[in-house]
Design a protein around this ligand. Structure first.
Ligand SMILES: Nc1ncnc2c1ncn2[C@@H]1O[C@H](COP(=O)(O)OP(=O)(O)OP(=O)(O)O)[C@@H](O)[C@H]1O
Ligand SMILES: [Mg+2]
Length: 321
């Protein structure tokens, strides 16, 4: 459904010296700095996938989303959506995609939400029956009908994001790009947004590319992750496969009857607070049962539990901290 090949984006920024003399010099000599925001990214996404597109601040995620959705022209490389090149057939291709930026609305501030929807209906020449059906489905998930008569200007952030999501789905796109859609949303709005993503993916087979800093979003929604940093591909694969490969450890949490905690030569004690010690071990090295047997031979254990490496561990490792 999406084919990204050797995609790169350089931003050119005019450099200005400090103060007035710098500004005057700038008029004569046009110095420019180049920012290599995205460097040689290639990946393929199949129809019906939900892919988490993640990376630290400034990694190049939004820049890539903008190139994939035809908002920015790549410096080099190509993006094919359903077999068509977005830069060559932009008009046709944008009919197949929807895009939502959590930080910026695409709705018109001066209109009521319903008026914006009507406008989109005309722009995309959506049949009335399809339009009504989509609104009904969206209403079931997001409860949008009570917002229809509200001026966009008067909407809360969560209401506005819901409006943006519906607007992006009216023309039934095959691909939906979501750039930090859950940013600033409360727990219940996040919940309905995740439900929305699951529904459109299952019922309409919409392919979803999701940028987020919310680990809960990834855990709930994404089987596959693409991780980028400094504009480059770091990881691309199944969430579980990436976890097992780059964070192949578990943590054994042991509570003792007093504050003294023995060490174990096959694992690292990564925490010790009060009566509780935390031991990290490599799953391929030793089993939790063996460590528990060794420790309990030396000291009475009050309680034990085991923690798997989580999504936050992967992200820390993949981002390089
Ligand atoms: N319009 C622009 N002009 C110049 N540089 C830009 C522009 N937009 C982004 N950049 C730079 O490109 C790099 C990538 O930015 P981008 O917004 O794609 O990152 P991001 O991964 O979306 O980060 P975040 O998680 O903070 O949203 C950054 O160094 C940023 O400063
Ligand atoms: Mg961004």
């Amino acid at each position: 459904m999406i084919d990204v090949k050797n995609l790169s984006k350089d931003y050119l920024i005019k450099r200005k010296g400090a103060g007035l003399s710098g500004a005057l010099k700038g008029l004569v000599t046009r110095n420019t700095d180049v920012i290599h925001a995205v460097k040689d990214l290639s990946f393929h996404i199949d129809e019906g996938e939900i892919v988490g597109f993640i990376g630290p601040n400034g990694a190049g995620k939004s820049t890539t989303i903008k190139m994939m959705s035809g908002i920015l022209t790549p410096t080099s490389g190509s993006v094919l959506i359903d077999g068509e090149d977005i830069t060559k057939h932009r008009k046709e291709v944008v009919r197949n995609i929807g895009v939502v930026f959590g930080q910026r609305t695409q709705l018109n501030w001066d209109l009521r939400l319903g008026e914006t929807f009507e406008l989109l209906k005309h722009i995309y020449r959506i049949e009335q029956t399809d339009y009504d059906k989509t609104l009904d489905v969206m209403n079931d998930i997001l409860g949008i009908k009570e917002l229809i008569d509200k001026p966009v200007r008067q909407m809360s952030l969560g209401q506005r994001v819901k409006g943006d999501l519906v607007a992006s789905m009216l023309h039934s796109p095959k691909v939906l790009f979501l750039d930090e859609p859950t940013i600033g949303l409360d727990v219940s709005a996040k919940y309905s947004l995740r439900k929305f993503i699951k529904e459109i993916n299952q019922v309409r087979k919409t392919t979803v590319i999701l940028t987020t800093h919310d680990l809960g979003d990834i855990q709930e929604l994404c089987e596959r992750l693409i991780i980028i940093n400094h504009g480059r591909m770091m990881e691309d694969g199944n969430l579980k496969e990436i976890t097992d490969r780059i964070a192949p450890y578990k943590t054994l949490v042991v509570e003792y009857y007093d504050e003294e905690a023995p060490s174990h030569d096959k694992c690292e004690m990564i925490g010790h607070e009060g009566n509780v010690a935390r031991y990290r071990f490599d799953k391929s090295d030793i089993t939790a049962a063996d460590i528990i047997a060794d420790l309990s031979a030396r000291k009475a254990l009050k309680d034990v539990s085991i923690e798997e490496a989580g999504i936050d561990d992967i992200i820390k490792i993949a981002y390089g901290n």
